[in-house]
Design a protein around this ligand. Structure first.
Ligand code: AVI
Length: 319
C-alpha cells in the first residue's frame, strides 16, 4: 500500500502537478505508455495512416545487408537498443546478422518488463543461437550500471522517438548517448522526414479515433493512478501539423468550463472552455536538420538509409 507521501514523490504525480499548475497546461507524452496506452500505441502502429512503423520496417527488412556492410566491427560486438519495445523491426537486422554468422550480442533495454520478457521469448524461438540479454529500466540507469566492457557497440534508437523530444531535450539526449559510447561505436537513429503535409496530418488526426483515445488515456490514467475526477467526454483531442517548422503538436481541449479534482495531489484544477492541455510534439525532420543534430551532439554521419518513398530515415552515425 502507498502512503500519500510516496504517491506525491512519484515522477508521474509530480509532473502532473507541475503540468496542471502551469500557465500553459501540459502533460508530458512519456506518460502515454501505461499498459492501456501501450496497447493503444500497438493499434496506432497497425493503422494504414500511420506510415512510420511500416517505413522503418521496410528499411530494416530490405536493407539489412547494406546496414551490416556499413558497420565497422570485424570481431564480436554488442547491439544496445534503447526503447526496444516489441523488437519486431530489429529482428529483421538481427536475423540477417545471425545468418551471416556475425558474433553479435543483443542487449535490448526497455521500461516495460512485460515487453522484454515477450521479446526474449520470441527471439529464443526464432533466433535460438543469438545471445540476448534484456534489461528493464530507464535507458541511462541501465547503461550506468552495465559494463559494456571493451567490446564495440552499435546503439539503436529507432521508431522516430527522437521526434517526441523538444529540440533542446533531443540534443541533450543524443549528447548523453554519445557519452556512453566509445570512439568507433555507431548509432542508428530513426527520424521521420518531412513529406506531403496531408500524409503527416492524417497519421496523427486519424479517422478511427485511436490517436484520440491514446491522448485521452492520459486523463483516464490520472483518474486511475492519482484519484482524478476527469470526465474524458468533456475533453476533445486536437492536433495539427505545421509544415513550416515540421512540428505535429497534439493537445486535449476542455469542451466546457469545469473543475477537476486530483485527490492524490490534493489539487483542484479549473479549466476554461477551450483551454488546452499540451500533450505531444512529434517532430518531422529535413535531412539537413538530421545532419546538424548529429554534428551538434558530437557524431559524424556515415549513411542515411531510406524506405522507397523516402518517408523515414534510419541514420547511421559514428562517435
Ligand atoms: C512513439 N512516437 C514516435 C509516436 C509518434 O509518432 O510521435 C507516438 C505517437 N503519437 C501519436 N501517434 C503516435
Amino acid at each position: 500500500m502507498h502512503s500519500s507521501s510516496t504517491i506525491l514523490q512519484s515522477p508521474f504525480a509530480e509532473d502532473v502537478r507541475r503540468g496542471l499548475l502551469a500557465a500553459q497546461k501540459a502533460i508530458p507524452s512519456k506518460y502515454f505508455y501505461d499498459d492501456a496506452g501501450s496497447r493503444l500505441f500497438q493499434d496506432i502502429m497497425q493503422m494504414p495512416e500511420y506510415y512510420l512503423t511500416r517505413s522503418e520496417m521496410e528499411i530494416l527488412s530490405l536493407h539489412p545487408a547494406a546496414i551490416a556492410a556499413a558497420l565497422r566491427f570485424s570481431g564480436p560486438f554488442t547491439i544496445v537498443e534503447l526503447g526496444a519495445g516489441d523488437g519486431l523491426k530489429t529482428k529483421e537486422l538481427l536475423k540477417y546478422l545471425v545468418g551471416q554468422s556475425a558474433q553479435v550480442k543483443y542487449l535490448p533495454i526497455d521500461i516495460s518488463g512485460e515487453a522484454m520478457q515477450q521479446l526474449q521469448h520470441k527471439l529464443a524461438t526464432s533466433l535460438p543461437d543469438l545471445d540476448v540479454q534484456p534489461e528493464v529500466g530507464d535507458y541511462f540507469e541501465v547503461l550506468e550500471r552495465l559494463d559494456l566492457g571493451q567490446q564495440p557497440s552499435l546503439f539503436l534508437f529507432l521508431g522516430g522517438n527522437i521526434g517526441n523530444y523538444e529540440p533542446e531535450a533531443a540534443l541533450a539526449l543524443l549528447r548523453l548517448i554519445h557519452r556512453y559510447m566509445q570512439p568507433g561505436d555507431q548509432l542508428l537513429t530513426g527520424f521521420d522526414l518531412r513529406k506531403n503535409p496531408r500524409t503527416i496530418q492524417l497519421a496523427y488526426d486519424d479517422p478511427h479515433g485511436i490517436t484520440r483515445a491514446f491522448n485521452l488515456n492520459l486523463l483516464w490514467r490520472i483518474n486511475r493512478e492519482l484519484g482524478g475526477t476527469f470526465e474524458p467526454d468533456k475533453f476533445d483531442f486536437y492536433c495539427f501539423y505545421n509544415p513550416y517548422n515540421g512540428e505535429v503538436r497534439s493537445a486535449l481541449v476542455s469542451l466546457t468550463e469545469q473543475q477537476v479534482r486530483v485527490k492524490a495531489l490534493d489539487l483542484t484544477v479549473h479549466f476554461r472552455q477551450n483551454e488546452l492541455i499540451k500533450t505531444e510534439l512529434s517532430r518531422k525532420y529535413t535531412l539537413e536538420e538530421v545532419d546538424a543534430l548529429a554534428a551538434a551532439s558530437g557524431f559524424h554521419v556515415e549513411q542515411h538509409f531510406f524506405d522507397c518513398k523516402h518517408y523515414f530515415t534510419d541514420s547511421l552515425w559514428v562517435k
